[in-house]
Design a binder for this molecule. Structure first.
Ligand code: DQA
Length: 147
């Protein structure tokens, strides 16, 4: 199976950005961790980061026919973007939502996710491990539903 990994706005700054909340791990390190996990799972990943909503929407559209699953940390767009949610719903590709921080113990405006209602599930609060756990769960889900 092939999984599209999407990182949303400001995640390019990981490692330097609010380390008290997001830790010191960089996006490159997260992508390496995901590569390792993908190898263990005998899956493939393709990872992309963008600060632009429309670029993320285009990437979701382009996943059709190429990727069987999407792992997404939409960053702040999680809480604002009907367009990203609609794109995921339109392509109908099983999607897992991840967050480094536990969005439910932070500001009220982070408690709502537009993506959650159309995702298979969400993993929030485990730092870089959220991505690893999310990839694992997504690949398991894809294999079970194709069995
Ligand atoms: C985040 C949580 C969001 O609320 C925030 O806007 C981010 C990162 C996380 O991974 O914890 O950019 O998605």
């Amino acid at each position: 199976v092939s999984v599209l990994v999407l990182h949303g706005p400001n995640l390019n700054l990981l490692g330097r950005r609010e380390p008290g909340i997001y830790g010191s791990v960089t996006l490159e390190a997260i992508n390496r961790l995901l590569e390792e996990e993908a190898q263990k799972l005998e899956a493939e990943i393709s990872a992309h980061q963008s600060n632009h909503e429309g670029v993320l929407v285009d990437a979701i559209h382009d996943a059709q026919g190429k990727h069987q699953g999407i792992l997404i940390n939409a960053g702040a767009y999680t809480h604002t973007s009907v367009a990203i949610r609609d794109a995921i719903a339109a392509v109908n590709i099983p999607t897992v939502e991840v967050h480094l921080s536990n969005i439910y113990r932070r500001e009220e405006f982070r408690h709502h996710s537009f993506i959650a209602p159309i995702a298979i599930g969400q993993i929030s609060g485990f730092g870089a491990d959220s991505y690893r756990l999310g990839l694992h769960a997504l690949v398991n889900h894809l294999r079970q539903s194709n069995a």
